[in-house]
Design a protein around this ligand. Structure first.
Ligand SMILES: *[C@@H]1O[C@H](CO)[C@@H](O)[C@H](O)[C@H]1NC(C)=O
Ligand SMILES: *[C@@H]1O[C@H](CO)[C@@H](O)[C@H](O)[C@H]1NC(C)=O
Ligand SMILES: *[C@@H]1O[C@H](CO)[C@@H](O)[C@H](O)[C@H]1NC(C)=O
Ligand SMILES: *[C@@H]1O[C@H](CO)[C@@H](O)[C@H](O)[C@H]1NC(C)=O
Ligand SMILES: *[C@@H]1O[C@H](CO)[C@@H](O)[C@H](O)[C@H]1NC(C)=O
Ligand SMILES: *[C@@H]1O[C@H](CO)[C@@H](O)[C@H](O)[C@H]1NC(C)=O
Ligand SMILES: *[C@@H]1O[C@H](CO)[C@@H](O)[C@H](O)[C@H]1NC(C)=O
Ligand SMILES: *[C@@H]1O[C@H](CO)[C@@H](O)[C@H](O)[C@H]1NC(C)=O
Ligand SMILES: *[C@@H]1O[C@H](CO)[C@@H](O)[C@H](O)[C@H]1NC(C)=O
Ligand SMILES: *[C@@H]1O[C@H](CO)[C@@H](O)[C@H](O)[C@H]1NC(C)=O
Ligand SMILES: *[C@@H]1O[C@H](CO)[C@@H](O)[C@H](O)[C@H]1NC(C)=O
Length: 657
């Protein structure tokens, strides 16, 4: 047959189909792009016929043992080597096995050198513009050039060894990838140690690696990565059941610049690997460990006591005890953000000691979720010990009561943000003590789904106002009613953001004092689900705060009618987001809105407004001049032809219908 012309690009289409890859898509020519114009002649006899897809005939060069091919490939200049990788999966895998140190720089004497019939662009040092072409633009692949670094994300069926090998070979001449994210999908075994090894060899400057849901990747992958990618800074492992301590220990030994490590649901990871990371990675700043059943106190304590640069720590669903918290409290001198959740074996004593150890002086943000160990006493101890705490977020901490909150508020002098969610022993009294201890620092307070809140009258005269508070959220606390609200109005005169969504029990008379007493000017108001509010409230908000109001949510305020809309249109110059979903408004209300010359809405939601009909078409078209989003879901009286017409004229606006 003589020497055949190998046309890499065409081959790929053919070959990919024969790999038995489940994806069968453009699996690898996107990564090794061999320009069709470039035809490489290979000197050795080749038996491919005209019919390139007849794979039965083995090209005679393939009778050479892999060792020989390997020797040949490693003597080729970079661009030619990449062309060879285009020939077959077998060749690709051989090429991807060539480590940087294997590559021979002297290529001149090699007879198998590919000579293009077009102008081949190989230059003397083996780097060419065609190498750049090999990283082809592939829209689906989320390949971003980020800070001049190459980034890739492989997901689902695209996550295969072949693709990884192709990526490694294709980017090798540019220094390899800098960031790689692989997300497997359970039943498919796409990526194995083979593909990861290719990456380890081809991407020596890899800095950021994420491996999610990869059931066949073992420690061998991490051992190879550790060997090839010592510049690694971020490693994120999630649901990799075969990765154990061995792989992580290899990383700890070879990657001294690791700053970020996250391990989730890796059931074989043990204490010793974390100890090794603590010792081997002095720059470690951020650690997150979730749901690793073999990790215990020895692991966490070993890590925290030696990783002295640690700033962000997140521990979730671990079988650790008071001991770990004591170590964190003692050694965590650089920790600024600490998040602890579902630590069922940590008791009150653990949190108490953590605060009392007085090491957490840099702690600025504390998040605790589902930990029975947070009690009144341990919360106060944290307040005393962590003297720079600015943000406290407690969720599902059932044992904290008003007394604990009051004691904490007294000692936490720098607190700026307090968020309490599903803490059912907290009532208005706790909230009031937090507010009245605010010392000009507290800016944001949120009470969410706290079932213990009951409406009660309080003597507001004895309370001093908290002038620093800008944001107040009381969401889905069904007991919170109008009497409590009146008290809030007195103590929070400088609010800008008010979220009272889901407070079914509040009425106009409860809310009006807040609106009228506000001195700062409300900017964002969320009254979603406050069923009993009427136009009176909306009119007051519009008249008094029209010059500051930007966001108004009235979703589900079914007593709000068309009456409100002319005033909104006249007064609210800066309103950009208006939600009137499920309100009692009709076409004439929309007409009034459209009449407002000063109104420049960007988002308008009218979902569930059944009285709006296709007579609103001209008004909506007018409003649409400024709109970016319009929600018309469940507007039963708007006909489909009206919708079509709107879509036609409002091409700038996203219409939900
Ligand atoms: C080329 O291969 C295809 C399928 O492999 C076959 O159907 C076709 O007959 C072959 N053509 C020639 C000219 O051999
Ligand atoms: C190489 O390219 C130049 C111009 O780019 C062209 O004139 C010349 O014919 C090409 N040589 C070959 C062998 O194709
Ligand atoms: C892993 O796959 C499961 C389904 O198989 C999915 O629910 C989960 O979100 C995936 N996790 C990640 C991190 O992609
Ligand atoms: C770690 O980072 C430092 C400073 O950025 C750099 O000089 C050093 O080469 C890096 N070490 C490795 C193994 O990449
Ligand atoms: C991890 O450490 C804890 C104690 O700190 C120990 O109980 C547990 O057995 C250790 N786990 C392994 C797998 O060694
Ligand atoms: C808590 O620790 C004790 C022993 O220290 C152990 O028996 C128990 O199983 C642990 N509980 C949980 C939820 O891990
Ligand atoms: C939790 O850790 C303790 C020792 O620290 C051990 O005795 C216990 O069996 C562990 N519980 C579970 C559920 O793993
Ligand atoms: C750390 O806490 C600060 C507040 O003190 C917060 O602004 C920041 O987003 C937190 N960082 C992380 C990574 O959670
Ligand atoms: C709304 O107000 C009416 C009377 O004004 C009252 O009967 C009703 O219970 C209130 N609804 C809610 C959910 O509080
Ligand atoms: C208002 O509150 C509802 C319910 O809590 C929420 O879904 C919505 O995102 C909030 N809207 C704004 C603008 O904050
Ligand atoms: C407007 O809607 C009514 C019913 O709601 C329908 O009878 C009428 O044909 C619609 N007009 C247009 C122009 O779609």
């Amino acid at each position: 047959m003589g020497s055949a012309v190998v046309h890499g690009f065409c081959f790929l289409d053919v070959l990919v189909g024969n790999f038995g890859m489940s994806c069968g898509d453009d699996d690898f020519y996107v990564d090794i792009y061999c320009p069709p114009s470039k035809r490489s002649k290979i000197g050795a006899p080749f038996t491919f016929g005209e019919n390139v897809s007849s794979q039965e005939q083995e090209p005679s060069i393939n009778v050479l043992p892999d060792e020989c091919l390997f020797e040949i490939f490693r003597r080729l200049p970079g661009s030619e080597r990449s062309s060879c990788a285009c020939v077959s999966k077998h060749w690709l895998m051989l090429v991807s096995n060539i480590a940087k140190t294997d590559i021979c720089r002297t290529t001149s004497t090699l007879s198998l050198k590919a000579k293009g019939d077009a102008n081949t662009s190989s230059t003397e040092n083996g780097v060419s513009y065609n190498d750049v072409d090999m990283i082809s633009g592939d829209n689906e692949d989320a390949e971003v050039e980020y800070d001049g670094h190459l980034t890739r994300c492989l997901e689902g069926k695209k996550a295969t060894d072949v693709r990884l090998a192709a990526m490694a070979v294709g980017t090798a001449n540019l220094g390899g990838l800098s960031k790689l994210l692989i997300k497997g999908c359970k039943p498919i075994v796409g990526v194995t140690d083979l593909g990861m090894s290719a990456i380890a060899r081809g991407c020596p400057s890899l800095r950021d690696l994420s491996l999610w849901n990869l059931s066949s990747v073992t420690d061998e992958s991490l051992v190879q990565i550790a060997r090839g990618c010592s510049m690694l800074e971020k490693l994120d492992l999630s649901h990799c059941p075969l990765i154990s301590s061995k792989g992580l220990i290899a990383i700890a030994k070879s990657c001294p610049n690791l700053t970020y490590l996250s391990i989730e649901a890796c059931p074989m990871v043990e204490n010793e690997s974390l100890q090794a990371i603590g010792k081997g990675c002095p720059k470690l700043q951020s650690i997150s460990i979730k749901d690793c059943p073999l990790v215990g106190d020895n692991g966490i304590a070993g890590l925290v006591s030696s990783a002295s640069a640690l700033r962000r720590v997140k521990l979730q669903k671990l079988n650790i005890s008071d001991f770990s918290l004591a170590v964190i409290g003692h050694y965590g001198k650089a920790i600024t953000n600490l998040s602890l959740s579902s630590l069922h074996n940590v008791s009150e004593k653990g949190f108490w000691v953590m605060g009392n150890a007085k090491g957490l002086q840099a702690l600025s943000s504390l998040i605790v979720t589902s930990c029975g160990g947070i009690t009144d006493m341990s919360l106060e101890s944290m307040g005393i010990g962590c003297s720079n705490l600015r943000q406290l977020f407690l969720s599902k901490c059932w044992l904290v009561s008003d007394n604990g909150l009051a004691a904490f508020s007294k000692v936490a002098e720098h607190l700026e943000s307090l968020h309490l969610e599903e803490c059912n022993r907290i009532t208005q009294l706790g909230m009031v003590s937090a507010v009245s201890n605010c010392r000009g620092k507290l800016k944001s307070l949120a009470l969410v789904k706290c079932r213990g809140v009951k409406d009660m009258d309080m003597d507001a005269c004895v309370l001093s106002p908290c002038n620093s508070l800008r944001s107040l959220t009381i969401r889905n606390c069904p007991g919170f009613g109008s009497s409590s609200l009146a008290m809030v109005g007195k103590v929070c005169p400088q609010l800008e953001n008010l979220d009272l969504s889901g407070l079914l029990g509040i009425t106009d008379s409860g809310l009006l004092p807040i609106i009228e007493g506000n001195e700062a000017g409300l900017v964002q108001v969320n009254l979603s689900g406050c069923l009993n509010l009427t136009d009176e409230v909306v009119l007051a908000i519009s008249r008094l705060h029209g010059e500051t109001l930007e966001v108004l949510n009235l979703d589900g305020c079914r007593k709000v009618t068309d009456l409100s809309l002319p005033t909104i249109a006249d007064c609210c110059l800066f309103l950009r987001d208006l939600d009137l979903s499920n309100c009692a408004i009709s076409d004439s209300g929309i007409a009034a809105l459209a009449d407002g010359e000063k109104l420049h809405l960007q988002v308008l939601s009218l979902s569930g407004c059944s009285k709006i009909s296709n007579r609103s078409l001209p008004f909506l078209t007018k409003l649409g001049m400024t709109l970016l989003g319009l929600n018309l879901l469940d507007c039963g009286s708007v006909s489909s032809s009206t919708l079509e017409s709107l879509m036609g004229s409002l091409w700038r606006c996203d219409i939900l219908c």
